[in-house]
Structure formats: C-alpha cells, structure tokens
Write a protein that binds this ligand. Structure first.
Ligand SMILES: Nc1nc2c(c(=O)[nH]1)N[C@H]1C(S)=C(S)[C@@H](COP(=O)(O)O)O[C@H]1N2
Ligand SMILES: [Mo]
Length: 542
C-alpha cells in the first residue's frame, strides 16, 4: 500500500468526511456558521471586482454553482496533496489539515454575522479529518506494517519483508530476507482499504447532503428576513441620553448587540420559520379567534421600547441577561381585538417548534409594554432570537414569557394549562428577581493600590432600580452612583470610587428596586424560580 494514489485518496476521503461533519455541525449551530461558505464568501470578497463581473458574465446565474464546484475541486486537490505529504513525512499532511482548520476559523470569524460558537464547526472538521487520516495511515498505509498484512503474516499466509523475526511459519531460513507479501495478501488489504474509502466517501456525501438540506431552509428564511422593511414605530423609544452610558472600560454595554445577546432555547436546529407563510393565531377563551399573517402584523401600530430580558437559569453574577430595543405590537391590543372571556388568567404562547410558555394574563393586558416583537435593535429579529415574531414581556423570565418563533396565543387558565418548563420542576410564575452584577473588577483581578472605580449593572425590570450599594471587605454598605435609567424595564449601569490598600479584597453588590425593596442576600439556586444572593468578587491590590 505504498502507491502514491492511495495516500492521496486517503487525504481526499478523510478531509471530505471532516469537511462534511463540519458542515453538519455548522448547520446545527447557526445558518451562518458554514466553514465552506465562509471560506467561499471570503474568497469572493478578496476577488477584484473585474474578476467577479467576468465570472457573472461567463457563467450567468450558474456563477454560484461554478464557484462552489471550483472550491470543491481545489479542496480535493489540496487534500490529495495533504495525503501525499503525509506519505513523504509523517505529520506533514496532518499539518496541512490544521492549516485548513485555521483558514476555516479565520473565515468564519470574519463573517459579519459571526456567533460565539461558529468556530466549533471548522475545529470539528479539522479534528475529524486529522484523526481519520492518522488512523488510515496506521491501519493501511504504513509501509509494510499494515495490520491487514500483519494478520495475514501471523496466520502464516503472508511472509513479510521486514519487521520482527518470524517465529511462526516463516518459510525463509534465518538470516535470509523474507520475500515480499504475496499478491493475494496485498490485494486483500487493498480491497479493505478501498472499502473503507468508499464508506468514507458515502458518509461524507450523506453528511454533506444533510447539511445542505438543513441550511437550504434557513437560507430561504434569511433571504426573506433581509427583505423585511420594519414599520416606523407609532410610539418610538426616546434616544439614549449620554448620561445613561458610563465611560468605564469593562462595564456591560447598555444596549446588547444582537450578536452578543445570550441565546437560550430548546431548539437543536434554529427553526427556519418562513415569514411568507407564518401565521399567529389567538385561540382559547376568546370571543373571536384571530389569525394574523406577518404582513398584517407589520401594519399594526408598533411600540418601540428598551427591555432587559433574563433567563431564570442565570446564576448570580451570570450573563444570561441582555438589553435590547424591541419593536412590536402590544399584546393587549391583539387580546382586545379577540375579546378575552371572563375566567381566563393565563396565556399559553406556543412556538412553531412546540415550546410553550404560560404568562399571567394580567402581565399581557396591564399598561406595561408586553409586545409581539418583530424588531430587535432596529433590525428584524435575528433567526436565533425568534424571527419572524416573539413575545417580550417586561419583568418576567424568558421561560414564562419570551416565546420565540411565536405561532399561537391560547387564552386559558393556570388550572388548565402549563408552560413547557413547569412540569419539569420550574415555577409556574417567573417574575425576574432584582439583581446586580459587578463587571469591574473581574474576579481574580490584580489591581494597583489607591483609587479605583468599580462598576457594573443592576436590573429589576418593571420595578426599576432606585439605588445600588457595594460593600468592600465587609465594611459599611456605600452608595454607588447610577447612570441615567432608560426606563424602569432596563438595567442601569452603576459606578463607585474605592480606595484600595495592598492585599486581598472582596466586593459585594446589592440593588434596591423602584419600590424601595432591597435585593435579597439569601442565596438560592436558579431552580425553581431564579437565583438570588449578592454578587461577590474577589481580587487583589498591590
Ligand atoms: N420557542 C422558544 N422560545 C423560547 C425558549 C425556547 O426554548 N423556545 N426559551 C425561552 C427562554 S428560557 C429564554 S431565557 C428566552 C431567551 O431568549 P433569547 O434566546 O432571545 O435571549 O427565550 C425564551 N423563548
Ligand atoms: Mo431561560
């Protein structure tokens, strides 16, 4: 098995399986995470305009197909070369694959819509390709030492040219060179090798095909999303005052960029909800059931508001919380059109993928800005955050309110229905607990002695924040100063000047809500209704 073509073939098949596995991983992570298309887009971006136009002239609408086909050919050639290099010197081919991985990571990281997990796909691709090539090398390709040949040899059928002195059934006299393995043994080994290569190619084609199918749906939706023109809000959010933003390095930004916004849901594959066929229905205890298309929803008078949402699973000091400018139609107006019948006390919202949340009816009908949101920070909802529409309810944890990929609002009762997480041990009611977080200093920071400004954020959506206090090394609680609040539904930044002596320090923070209630210091885990306790950071000054 020394022929060059076998090594090249191994390079192509092993890399192919890796790339396909990477594509499949990407399809599950996010529609934009595909390493192959990221590399392709990067290459297209680097091509001079003339070349691009030339290609479009030459190939017309087939330009993308031609481009992808050329990419596959180039990758196959490089992978063939990687296999040959591995034959030339152990590890060289693997190094080429590492390079593939690095290019993939760089390309994915350079995409405008990059997500934190996007780099996983090229890493998976390179890892699998390397592991396979190393295995195939050891199993079949190592000159004269293939296990297949050894088995033949041990069975006394295939005397070998090199290796340990033959004890069993060695036809050659001691000191004499054994003859090479007979053609029969070599072709048996070759057949097994080629069988493995065929199986590998089949796996690559199947995984790649599955990735394409998963992706195609999301590409269609991404294109629809790109064409959405959000309506102007009937009630716009006021511009962010300068006084709301502290100029302190390391403090959480007041507005969370969609790309940085935490994502929590039960969906393995991001639902690709086609906004052309999407419908929202209002059912249950209503005078008239209503169904609404996306186009109809976009004609409704929209409110725009900053709302901080949080996950019930957020630990004290954790980052499963974010603040965005949402645009949506007030749920109370939709419910008023449907006419809620007496006796109802809950709305069970359902997503296209079957998730449900049970929200107190009151939270959707009182004056707060509970909305069917279609916009996030001035753009249509990102697919991972619920495109085309989701619920946003100030003051409630996401699991009881923030249904993404919203498809139905069923007016019902807590006695009759439960949201997804309630039977799994989480509280039926999920008001967000007042919380505060120290962003600066970070835990374990090594600071200089003297003056230092600590900073962070505090939130108590719906009630607002009236004060934040910190405690240094068990001393008295001292007031932090608050940046201007956008409204009572969002977090506020806080800062406090400290004077640090040399040594170890411990800083605690607590907030006071708009009604004067002090954030509890009682330590509770996230289950069943949200973590509590004062965020505490330890650091040193020298
Ligand atoms: N369809 C659907 N919507 C969902 C969930 C889900 O699993 N499926 N999770 C909820 C939870 S637990 C939270 S905290 C928020 C998170 O919203 P985000 O991912 O946009 O930050 O979405 C909520 N909406
Ligand atoms: Mo959550």
């Amino acid at each position: 098995m020394e022929a060059r073509r076998y090594w090249g073939l191994a390079g192509v098949v092993c890399t192919g399986v890796g790339v396909a596995a990477g594509e499949l991983t990407a399809a599950f992570i996010s529609p934009s995470a595909s390493p192959v298309s990221a590399v392709g887009q990067t290459v297209i971006g680097l091509l001079p305009g003339g070349v691009k136009e030339g290609a479009i002239h030459l190939f017309g609408t087939a330009d993308k197909t031609v481009f992808l086909a050329s990419m596959v050919v180039v990758m196959a050639l490089l992978a063939f070369a990687a296999g040959l290099l591995e034959r030339f010197h152990r590890g060289f081919g693997l190094a080429v694959i590492v390079l593939f991985g690095v290019v993939g990571v760089a390309a994915v990281a350079g995409r405008p819509d990059v997500t934190g997990t996007a780099f996983v796909a090229p890493v998976v691709a390179a890892g699998i390709a390397m592991a396979l090539l190393a295995w195939v090398r050891g199993r079949f390709l190592h000159p004269g030492l293939g296990r297949e040949l050894k088995a033949e040899y041990d069975a006394g059928r295939a005397p070998r040219a090199s290796g340990p002195p033959a004890v069993k059934a060695a036809p050659a006299a001691p000191g004499q060179l054994s003859p090479p393995p007979p053609e029969a043994a070599r072709s048996a080994s070759r057949r097994t090798f080629l069988g493995f290569m065929g199986a590998g190619a089949a796996v690559a084609v199947l995984a790649g095909g599955a990735a394409v199918l998963v992706r195609r749906a999301s590409v269609v939706v991404a294109e629809l999303r790109a064409k959405v023109r959000l309506p102007r809000p009937a009630t716009a959010a006021a511009a962010v005052p300068a006084a709301a933003v502290l100029d302190i390095a390391g403090v959480t930004p007041l507005i969370t960029d969609a790309s940085q916004f935490y994502r929590i849901d039960t969906a393995l594959v991001v639902p690709a909800v086609n906004s052309d066929t999407w419908k929202l229905s209002v059912t249950g205890m209503v005078e008239r059931e209503i169904t609404l298309t996306f186009a109809q929803l976009l004609t409704k008078p929209m409110v725009e508001s900053y709302v901080t949402i949080g996950c019930v699973s957020n630990e004290v000091g954790g980052d499963l919380v974010g603040n965005a400018r949402w645009l949506g139609w007030p749920v109370r107006e939709l419910l008023a059109e449907a006419g809620v019948r007496p006796g109802a006390d809950m709305v069970l919202s359902r997503s296209t993928d079957g998730f449900t949340a049970g929200t107190p009816l009151e939270a959707l009908t009182d004056p707060r800005n509970a909305m069917i949101a279609v916009g996030m920070n001035g753009a249509p909802l990102p697919m991972v955050h619920g495109y085309p529409a989701r619920l946003i309810v100030p003051g409630l944890y996401g699991y009881v309110s923030a249904t993404k990929w919203l498809s139905e609002l069923k007016v019902t009762t807590f006695a009759a229905d439960q949201g997804y997480w309630t039977p799994l041990g989480w509280s039926a009611l999920g008001p967000i607990k007042t919380a505060s977080r120290i962003d600066v200093p970070r835990a374990g920071a090594k600071l200089a002695t003297g003056r230092f400004t600590a900073a962070g954020v505090a939130w108590s959506p719906e009630r607002g924040i009236s004060a934040v206090e910190v405690q240094l090394d068990g001393g008295p609680w001292q007031s932090a100063s608050l940046a201007a609040a956008l409204n009572k539904d969002t977090w506020v930044q806080w800062q406090v000047p400290l004077t640090l002596a040399a040594g170890k320090h411990q800083l605690k923070v607590r907030a006071v809500d708009g009604a004067g209630a002090v954030q509890t210091g009682d330590i509770a885990p996230p289950a069943p209704d949200g973590a509590s306790g004062w965020h505490t950071v330890e650091f040193t000054a020298a």
